[in-house]
Design a protein around this ligand. Structure first.
Ligand code: FHN
Length: 484
């Protein structure tokens, strides 16, 4: 058998074994003799369980900040508005990197106040912020000594990133750093490696990227997470060793730091999950502008993950014209936060500040409404997880650490009754409204099924009912594993 045939055969065996394992609902590791030996595959099986990871998981809600030169152009070039992502204007308007970088002379955010940003985020209820330090265009929000395209070359000369790290840290919001490997400004970047010259150039590029990442970790040691992007090109996928090296380096430099799966590529160029199907990095970071299906994709509850949402359909950085696409409402954002928590994931909401350094009205409104809801109902989000109950049409379940189950209601049934199916041996003892208290009537209708009455008073927001449940001794382990 040729090595390539052997690989296919092993993958075939693996596919069968994985299905069998899913059916048994176990997180056990496959016997190693069925796995492809990998030098750059997953370094751990199952969820990371240390305190730093637990904190990441318990946070559940984060804020993404995309702020760079694209805020200045806001999707407009030479009088024409481009409807694509404003952060891709350089590509859509075919602007050379040299021309693009002249925007640095216009980087002068006179309204920027890091403390105000941190205050807004605090009120919004986010527990961490992911800041774009360098997007695909190569402009750096910190005065990097390895690049000529940084805030240090701009008129205001401020270390914007440094100010943000300090301000967020001061209000107890963890700082995560986004770093794009893909770099349109760097002469040594290659999309693919076609010859020796490319290989040498890309080697130099990787040295540059390593220096910058190291620089970030040593300048801002209070950082809790590194989030890598722009890792999909062939050139990068052929250098899985580098992604492993960088993750290890960061973990040595900042104990407890978390790293997203998007950084990693294995020996065969597989990303996020290695060729044996195991997650690389600490959490999956593939759910961008979408969420897993709450029924079909329930297996996702086996690992940590994070999802990202933009307010308009596909705008990360500031764009002048939001009317070009649908803009999500705060209730839709709340639904996404709940959806993610109900499946054991985190939701990160993206804001793209204006070139002056403040936020647009829609973002301020979003922060205020989400914040108010989180203040009232955060108990069903922070520290909560997948509840192990079958999804119903009225909304979502989450489960707190003490076993309390929360029903988060988005669709109130006209029947006035909400069905709750429970596994064998599980009883609902009591239901109460989370905010404002008050008992909610429940009735067992048939075996393993209850009706929870819609409360009499009209509530004009997604509301939460707390269920006290009792699990008989012999069912304790099985209940939480009840994948649907
Ligand atoms: O192209 C980028 C995009 O601008 C944004 O930064 C998002 C954030 O998750 N990531 C990339 C696409 O996957």
């Amino acid at each position: 058998m040729k090595p390539s045939d052997l690989k296919i055969f092993v993958l075939f065996l693996l596919a069968g074994a994985t299905t069998a394992l899913s059916a048994q609902n176990t997180t056990k590791v496959l016997p190693t003799d069925l796995e492809i030996p990998l030098k750059y595959g997953a370094d751990r099986l199952g969820k990371r369980q240390d305190a730093a990871m637990q904190k990441f998981r318990d946070s559940r809600l984060g804020l993404f900040i995309h702020w760079g030169l694209y805020a200045i152009t806001g999707g407009e070039w030479e009088g024409k508005i481009y409807s694509g992502p404003s952060s891709f204007l350089q590509k859509s308007a075919k602007i050379t990197p040299e021309e693009w970088m002249k925007l640095i002379n216009r980087w002068n955010p006179t309204k920027f106040n890091a403390t105000e940003w941190a205050k807004m985020a605090r009120k919004m209820g986010v527990r961490y912020v992911k800041i774009v330090t360098k997007h695909h265009d190569g402009f750096c929000l910190w005065p990097s000594k390895y690049s000529e395209y940084t805030v240090a070359q701009a008129p205001c000369k401020k270390d914007i990133l440094g100010e943000l790290v300090k301000a967020f840290d001061a209000v107890g919001i963890d700082v995560h750093l986004y770093y794009s490997i893909l770099d349109w400004s760097h002469p040594d970047y290659r999309y693919s490696i076609k010859n020796r010259e490319d290989s040498v150039a890309f080697g130099h590029f990787l040295e540059f990227a390593e220096n910058q990442v190291k620089e970030l970790a040593s300048r801002y040691p209070e950082v809790k997470d590194f989030w890598f992007d722009g890792t999909w090109d062939e050139s990068f996928k052929e250098n899985g060793w580098w992604s492993v090296h960088i993750e290890r380096m960061l973990k040595e430099m900042i104990p407890g730091v978390t790293v997203n799966s998007r950084l990693r590529a294995d020996d065969y160029g597989k990303r996020h999950f290695d060729s044996n199907g195991h997650l690389m990095g600490d959490y999956e970071s593939g759910y961008e502008r979408r969420l897993p299906d709450p029924v079909k994709d329930i297996d996702i509850t086996r690992h940590d993950w994070e999802a990202y949402m933009t307010l308009p359909e596909n705008q990360w950085g500031y764009h002048k014209d939001w009317k070009l696409s649908y803009v999500k409402t705060p209730i839709e954002a709340i639904q996404r936060i709940v959806h993610a928590t109900s499946m054991g994931g985190n939701m990160v909401i993206n804001f793209g500040p204006r070139p002056e350094g403040d936020f647009r009205q829609e973002e301020l409104e979003m922060a205020a409404v989400v914040g108010k809801w989180m203040e009232k109902y955060g108990e069903c989000i922070y520290g909560c997880d997948y509840a192990g109950l079958v999804k119903q049409d009225w909304g979502y379940y989450t489960r707190g650490k003490n076993g309390t189950v929360y029903m988060i209601v988005f669709n109130v049934p006209l029947s006035g009754r909400m069905t709750v199916q429970v596994p064998k041996g599980v009883q609902i003892e009591e239901a109460t409204l989370l905010h404002g208290g008050g008992k909610v009537d429940i009735m067992e209708t048939t075996r393993n099924e209850y009706n929870v009455n819609v409360p009499d008073k009209v509530i004009r927001e997604p509301f939460v009912i707390k269920l006290q449940i009792r699990v008989s001794k012999e069912n304790k382990d099985k209940y939480m594993d009840a994948l649907t």
